[in-house]
Design a protein around this ligand. Structure first.
Ligand SMILES: Cc1ncc(COP(=O)(O)O)c(C=O)c1O
Length: 448
């Protein structure tokens, strides 16, 4: 491996330039001592500043399932840039935003057919929470404001998202949030090393029924969960859990929001987690894979009755029904990237490929059971994670060390909290899965 000076020289970067960037979700002090700079990407591999090829074991950040530098996407975005580089997203439209909206709805469960664009997953969550509260006001139920999330839930970084999210570290650093309740997470000890959906946990939803009794449904707007939690370390839903959640929400007139920023467009082997797990929410949030990560785009997709409620209560037709949106909502480049991506997913049948190859991945991932420090293994579709036993006094150290060892061996995996996470590219071959799992196993075995 090159030293820092060589890395900077080969990228033509100065120390000042390195220091100028306050990097997101990064240990900046460590990174700036040991910069890991990616200079190009093609297919399932990155190239770093030393010219090393690195396997993309997380598909970017769960974004690039179709692989990097896809000519179809490059061409579509380049063409779009020449034709219409930007167009105001308020009060005017451009053809591709409508085309993509319709295309997105073809991937959604039946009935979720109205698409509100955002720039990212965090924005999609924020939009969903605002829509949920405004919806009840429009219907004359202004007291329905309370939001319920789940412990370990990750819903992005904005205020609403971190309030309903269940990441304790956020409360520690940012303090007081919006008021929200949280269901328990489903990572029960008896579910350790489950393959796919664990057996235990649907009963946990009696807690939601208790919350309804405590607060009264007339005060609750929505429940938001990831159908399969991703960022907390791949937590598939227990058998029957989402069905029971749907039942309790329906019975009590509470909107159900699925945050599918990771799970939509193939990650779990179906178009959505909703389809895969057989439960239809009222609102779905998406981002990431919809443009293969090439241009940022998110969306909040609602069932028609929600949209119609806003239209019916909208007053004169020239008045906007929802005072919400972003300067870059429905950005033409993002829409072009989205259309090209969804064509690739369809034309190459990548989503069924995830489904048919996921048993192989499951088998290989679970072969790591029994290795030192591997406390749990979870998987679904092309998502998998290990929970790593904490080293005394330094709970986050081992996952970081493992991810760095993998990087040195030519494999990118994510470390987050006490977990190592894998999100395979949809085009992965069996030999690549083998190499990745071997490198991961070796990296763990090399720990002190
Ligand atoms: C379920 C979920 N919701 C929201 C987000 C936030 O998305 P973004 O980083 O695009 O804001 C993420 C990001 O990982 C996510 O996994």
């Amino acid at each position: 491996m090159q030293n820092k000076k060589q890395v900077l020289e080969s990228c033509n970067l100065t120390q000042e330039q390195l220091d100028s960037h306050w990097m997101a979700y990064t240990g900046n002090r460590e990174f700036k001592k040991n910069p890991r700079i990616i200079v190009s990407a093609e297919g399932k591999y990155y190239t770093d500043a030393e010219g090393r090829k690195i396997f993309d074991g997380l598909s970017g950040l769960w974004t690039c399932g179709a692989g990097h530098s896809r000519p179809e996407i490059i061409e579509a975005v380049s063409k779009q840039m020449k034709e219409l580089d930007y167009s105001p997203s308020f009060q005017f439209g451009h053809p591709k935003s409508f085309e993509l909206a319709h295309r997105i709805t073809q991937f959604m469960p039946e009935g979720l057919n109205r698409v509100l664009y955002t720039n990212s997953g965090s924005d999609a969550v924020e939009s969903a929470l605002k829509v949920a509260r405004a919806y009840w006001r429009k219907k004359g139920h202004g007291s329905k404001t309370r939001l319920i999330g789940r412990v370990k839930g990750y819903h992005g970084v904005n205020w609403g998202g971190i309030s309903v999210g269940g990441i304790g570290a956020n409360k520690a650093i940012f303090g007081q949030m919006m008021e929200a309740d949280h269901l328990q997470h489903t990572m029960l000890p008896q579910n350790r090393f489950s393959k796919g959906m664990p057996e235990e946990g649907a009963d946990l939803l009696s807690e939601l029924e208790e919350m309804v009794i405590l607060h009264d449904a007339s005060n609750i707007a929505a429940v938001i969960v990831e159908p399969m939690a991703g960022s907390a370390g791949v937590i598939p839903p227990p058998v029957g859990y989402l069905n029971r959640l749907r039942e309790v929400c329906t019975k009590n007139n509470i909107l159900l929001i699925f945050d599918e920023v990771i799970t939509a467009f193939g990650r779990v082997g179906s178009n959505t987690g909703s389809e895969e797990f057989g439960v239809v929410p009222d609102i779905i949030t998406i981002a990431k894979q919809v443009t293969n990560g090439v241009v940022p785009l998110g969306a909040t997709i609602v069932k028609q009755e929600i949209y119609d409620t806003f239209m019916d209560a909208g007053g004169p037709e020239y008045v906007l029904e929802l005072p919400h949106g972003y300067t870059y909502s429905a950005h033409p480049l993002a829409c072009a990237a989205g259309l090209a991506t969804l064509d690739i997913l369809d034309n190459e049948q990548l989503i069924p490929r995830v489904k048919s190859m996921s048993p192989y991945f499951e088998d290989r991932l679970h072969s790591l059971k029994g290795i030192q420090y591997v406390h749990d293994i979870r998987n679904y579709g092309f998502a998998g994670a290990l929970t790593i036993e904490a080293s005394p006094g330094e709970p986050l150290l081992r996952p970081f060390q493992i991810a760095m060892k993998c990087w040195e061996k030519g494999f990118y995996v994510r470390y987050g909290g006490d977990t190592i996470q894998i999100g395979l590219p949809f085009t992965v071959e069996k030999e690549e899965i083998d190499s990745l799992i071997n490198a991961l196993g070796e990296s763990i075995n090399e720990l002190d």
